[in-house]
Structures are given as C-alpha cells and as structure tokens.
Ligand binder design. Structure first.
Ligand SMILES: *Cc1c(COP(=O)(O)O)cnc(C)c1O
Length: 231
C-alpha cells in the first residue's frame, strides 16, 4: 500500500464512524477530493480508487486537470474564492461552485453561464475578517435577492470553520450553518432547494459530518506522507 492508499483507508474508516454516530450511510455523503496541491498523477490515482468528485481552487489548476482527465467521468467542484474576471474561464466547465460569496459574483455568473449553475452560498459564520462569504445575518436577504438570477441554483450552504480553536467552537459554526440551511429549505423555493451542506476539511471533517455535512472537502489528509509512529 502506498501512502495515498493508506490515507484513504484511514479516512474511510473515520467517515464510517462519523456517519454511524449521525445514523447515516456512506452513500449520503459526497467526498470532494481537493487536488489543488497535487499532480495530475495523484489526482488520477484518486479517481482510480473510486473517487469521482474533484475540487480545485484556481481556474488554471481546474483547466489543467480537466484537460488531462477528460476521458474520466468526474464531477468538478470549484471551491476557492473566484475573481470576477475569471468567471468566464470556468463557469461553463464545472458541476458545482462552493464559493458564491458576494452579489457581484452572482451578477457575473448570470452574464456568463450558458445554463443554470449549482451553487453553494458561502457563509462566514465565524465572522473572521480573513474569511470571505456572506454574514449569517444577510443570508436570508441574499437568498431572496437571488430569485431574479435565472442561472443560479442554490443547492446548499458552505462554510469554513476557524483553525486552532476548541472543538466546541467548530461544532457551533457547523450547527449554525445547518440551522440556516434548514430555514432556507423551509421556504420551499424552486431556485433554492438548499438541501446540501458543504463543510469539513482535513482538520475537522469528522465534526462536520456529525453536524450534518453532505459534502466534505478533503485535500491534505489524502495526500500527506505517513508520519513516523509517534507513540
Ligand atoms: C484547500 C481547501 C480545502 C481542503 O483543505 P485541506 O485542509 O487540505 O483538507 C477545502 N476547502 C477549501 C475552500 C479549500 O480552499
């Protein structure tokens, strides 16, 4: 087993445990393999191991990986902040955008997209200045405003938890996102089914799953070299 296979084994173990504790099955969770740090060969390895969802955070990286892996059936996720002027490069080449974080981006998507785009609204639950996204308070208003955008389908909400904080703080961020998501679901809007929650990365995906994540975005945990046994 090489290090990627070992990581996959460990992560799949952990996924099952976290899903069990919230009484869900593995099929209820989509694992987006974040390939932004790795080569085409490593991305291809993940596809050969059965992972169909790949995520990139730069247009160049996305285009390069797509060109190399075009014969494979891959679901492409754009996960990072997207500059307005780069929308046209990728918007018709992705299956999901996880980072709809401002109205000006929505306007550009409306202009450039040839068909409806499945978007996650990025919400800055923790309120950290370094993070982009709509604030908790403005989300409901944003959802309402987006009704006039024919090319935007709000499939869910996305957030990133702060780093290096207590588990209870991370848990609270994720549970608040879920509450907000349920509130949008209850509006029963055609353009905003909002059934999905994109939350959890290498550091915190077990907590996110326990709190209801339906998409996790995992990068480094899949590709890290196995550390020497510290015990
Ligand atoms: C890089 C990135 C990830 C994956 O991060 P890891 O810590 O490597 O798992 C997930 N989501 C977003 C938005 C990212 O930019």
């Amino acid at each position: 087993m090489n290090h990627i296979e070992q990581n996959v084994h460990n992560i799949e173990d952990q996924l099952k445990k976290s899903l069990d504790s919230s009484k869900r099955d593995r099929v209820d969770l989509r694992v987006v393999v974040v390939t932004k740090y790795v080569s085409i060969e490593e991305a291809e390895k993940m596809v050969s191991l059965g992972y169909k969802h790949l995520g990139e955070n730069r247009p160049e990286g996305l285009i390069q990986k797509q060109a190399a892996l075009q014969q494979k059936e891959i679901v492409w996720h754009y996960i990072g902040s997207l500059q307005t002027r780069k929308v046209k490069q990728i918007i018709n080449h992705i299956d999901y955008l996880h980072s709809l974080d401002r109205m000006s981006l929505a306007e550009e998507i409306e202009k450039r997209a040839e068909k409806s785009v499945s978007c996650f609204l990025q919400v800055n639950i923790s309120g950290e200045e370094s993070k982009s996204g709509f604030s908790f308070k403005e989300v409901m208003e944003v959802v309402e405003e987006l009704s006039k955008f024919e090319k935007i389908k709000i499939v869910g909400l996305m957030t990133m938890a702060p780093k290096d904080v207590e588990e209870s703080t991370i848990r609270k961020v994720f549970s608040e996102l879920k509450k907000l998501q349920e509130k949008i679901v209850s509006l029963d809007l055609d353009y905003a089914p909002c059934t999905e929650l994109s939350m959890g990365m290498s550091q915190d995906y077990p907590i996110a799953i326990e709190e209801g994540a339906t998409f996790v975005r995992i990068g480094s945990a899949f590709f890290k070299e196995i550390e020497a046994d510290k015990t």
